[in-house]
Design a protein around this ligand. Sequence first.
Ligand code: SF4
Length: 377
Amino acid sequence: MTDKLPDWLNPEPWLRFAREADAQSIQQAVFSEEPGERELALLLSPQAGEQLELMARRAQSITRRHFGRTIGLYAPLYLSNYCSGGCLYCGFASDRDEKRQKLTRDEATEELLAMREMGIEEILLLTGERTPHADFDYLHEHVSLAAEYFHRVIIEVFPMAKNEYRQLAEAGCTGVTLYQETYDPVVYEKMHRWGPKRDFSQRLEAPERALGGGLRSAGLGALLGLGDPVFDMLCLYRHAKHLLKHYWQAGVSLSFPRIRPQLGGFQPEHPVDEKMLAQFAFAFRICLPEVPLVLSTREGERVRDGLAGVGISKMSVASKTTVGGYSHEENNSTGQFEISDDRDPEAFCAMLRSKGLEPVFKNWDSAYRETAHYQQT
Ligand code: SF4
């Protein structure tokens, strides 16, 4: 049976603003002093795509006001690509002809050291769905290990129970990234053919359980291309506001991943081009001025260079989407998806500096972990 959207998430009342947007209402939204859902809907509308220059200037000025000229940097480490999931858009789905592997503790240590050597300070640890190969205990062990080397350890793994998030927080985990992929329950059901990820609500509520369990930050996102992008972006906004209301001390960040070529050859039904991607980033920057907006190496150099500091305030660098890959170049796995920007940290930072931006590898100290304690309001 298909899940229903909870009332707090349903964007239906605001979709009509996107449908009825005109040039004047869009300009008013760009310069609104108190932008909310109505303004976001207007700025996500196809008509707002004609005012991209204006939106870009406003987004850049807001980004500078709230983030200065800094760009936070992080890098992902895939611990395992074992997965029981059947997500249509993923190269690690269990029916893909992909070599399965996971890092041993020694291999993970090598990778972590290689990443430290590259100057990375914030690390994102990834696995597929929970399997006997990479279960909670495996994750817990590797979070503890990563916390010995990195100040900030974020996980992008399977949804968990609150007490599991609590144990990970105690082991040094600082945040969770968990994309709903699409907020349309019907499309969601179609995309997730089998496996635990079919449970829409279990995934939707996981970031809340993570913050309730003591993690300090939650990264949300929708995989652009799966569902109607305006619907998904409005739901993403509602999801972020919901978390910020209940966990006001927590950090919430948003990402705008687009589907990339992957083993399986899935083609999106609602492709989002570069111009739309930029429009969405500007719209969110205008309507959520203080929320970090993230862009990964899924995107190519042109898009990343263009959006850095113009809405986007955080970026991944030198990413590998294969298991490991930092300490040993030779890796015959194809990865979860193809990355587009393979510049090393030095080259990427040089680009940022040439644009007057300052790369920031560390804006967090592990000493703060001791103070991690959030109360639900
Ligand atoms: S998206 Fe995640 S759960 Fe789905 S197949 Fe890929 S690794 Fe597995």
